[in-house]
Design a protein around this ligand. Structure first.
Ligand SMILES: Cc1cc2nc3c(=O)[nH]c(=O)nc-3n(C[C@H](O)[C@H](O)[C@H](O)COP(=O)(O)OP(=O)(O)OC[C@H]3O[C@@H](n4cnc5c(N)ncnc54)[C@H](O)[C@@H]3O)c2cc1C
Length: 401
């Protein structure tokens, strides 16, 4: 293995490159990145960078001397448009192509959009630093009527930041409760109640019928005025460039337990990868920071093992994510399923500071905390050990005492 190509120059891709170098790989590493920037951190885009507290130089993932030390060959502003696994070649949008011995697919995900949002005079999505700066320019002056479509984590983080900048904020959600996908209906509503305290209105069961230059028209005929519109309805994995490659694509690049895509020396990592997590015995694709970082490192290690003819290892973690809204830090460890039993085990929902545990089939599946890191983090081990739900209730009570 003399040349590794990494497509997607962000968190997962960078972690893969760093792991190759720290594992002793001295060959060439080419980073093909669709953005013109070197890798930067996305979580602040909806928080401190959007609020104006931080400038883009604060969110670089590595300092320039650290980056130089990795000796990477950069192709920024270059999109991969095709992959031929037989000749082991990546095709780039500028007409060039790059041959590889090892390949990491780390192209992440991109925001879904609504066709009618183009009618609005100030419609935004939020994925890149450029998106964040464009939205920030609209929000920092305050006094705007901001409508966010989608009460997922990104939508609610934008709502919190926009509100803190003194804008009037309404969130429209088509589902019966906010954060349903991430936390389930009951806890989603409990977490989103924080927004009511700050004067943000969240309207659920709100189906968008149309969008005009300055409003959103709902299916029930009501109109919500919007000076600024933010569409936060989730993301789709960035897989178009793999059309015709023969890789299996199904809501992401389908990988084996070791993140290999079924061809020698080709692995996927981060938001783009769907793999079978043996710990939970289910296929999953995770759209969170810790997963992208850990998977990137894992494929770096597995690429080296493949080169050396050694066995690769399955990636079977306990997923983790956090969100920040106002002065609350929301953390979730584990993997919620739609029909989980949920118990609040510490604090209280009314105080907006609590922990809840999720379980199904008698087994612990996850732990949610709002300003409760003391209760959440110890559960990583318990989830790894497949603790029973009853034991988890008892442990949580001890931790909270
Ligand atoms: C606003 C925002 C806030 C977030 N906040 C949190 C948080 O609080 N907590 C948390 O856990 N997670 C958070 N996340 C999620 C986290 O940032 C992502 O899970 C993480 O960035 C995924 O990393 P990745 O490397 O897999 O993909 P990405 O970061 O999406 O990077 C993929 C890169 O590949 C490039 N690319 C795509 N297609 C091509 C192509 N064909 N050729 C070349 N390059 C290509 C893209 O331009 C991009 O630069 C947030 C995300 C956003 C957008």
């Amino acid at each position: 293995m003399e040349h590794v190509v990494i497509v997607g120059a962000s968190l997962a891709g960078l972690r893969a490159a760093e792991t190759l170098r720290s594992g002793g790989f001295e060959g060439r590493i080419t980073m093909i990145g669709g953005e013109t920037h070197h890798p930067y951190d996305r979580p602040p885009l909806s928080k401190r960078l959007l609020s104006g507290e931080w400038e883009p130089d604060r969110i670089a993932l590595r300092k320039s001397d650290q980056m130089d030390g990795l000796d990477l060959h950069w192709r920024t502003g270059a999109r991969a448009v095709g992959l031929d696994v037989e000749s082991r070649t990546v095709f780039v949008g500028d007409g060039t192509h790059v041959a590889f011995d090892g390949l990491v697919i780390a192209t992440g995900a991109e925001p879904r959009t609504l066709p009618a949002q183009r009618n609005h005079r100030s419609a935004h999505v939020l994925r890149t630093v450029d998106d964040a700066l464009a939205l920030r320019a609209e929000l920092v002056t305050g006094g705007k009527r901001v409508v966010v479509i989608g009460a997922g984590f990104i939508g609610l983080e934008v709502a919190a930041t926009a509100r803190q900048l003194d804008n009037a904020v309404t969130v429209l959600e088509g589902a019966p409760a906010p954060l349903v996908r991430g936390l389930g209906a009951e806890m989603g509503a409990a977490v989103a109640a924080i927004h009511g305290d700050h004067g943000v209105e969240i309207r659920c069961d709100a189906a968008v019928h149309d969008i005009t230059a300055d409003s959103v028209v709902l299916a029930d005929g009501t109109t919500v005025d919007a000076d600024v519109l933010v569409v936060g309805i989730g993301v789709s994995p960035s897989v178009d460039w793999l059309d015709g490659s023969g890789l299996t694509i199904h809501d992401g690049v389908v990988c084996g337990p070791d993140l290999g895509v079924g061809h020698d020396g080709i692995f996927a990592a981060g938001d783009v990868a769907r793999w079978h997590n043996q710990l939970f015995d289910e296929p999953m694709r995770v759209e969170h920071w810790t997963n992208a970082a850990e998977q990137g490192a894992h494929v770096g290690t597995n690429l080296l093992a493949w080169r050396d003819g050694e066995p690769t290892h399955a990636y079977a973690p306990v997923p983790f994510f956090w969100s920040e809204q106002y002065d609350r830090r929301i953390q979730f460890i584990g993997r919620p399923a739609g029909d989980d039993e949920v118990h609040v085990v510490a604090g209280s929902v009314d105080d907006r500071r609590f922990a809840a545990i999720y379980g199904s089939g008698g087994r612990l599946r996850g732990v949610l905390g709002v300003n409760m890191p003391r209760v959440v983090m110890p559960f990583r081990n318990h989830l790894e050990q497949r603790m029973s739900f009853d034991d988890a209730v008892a442990v949580a009570a001890e931790l909270a005492a």
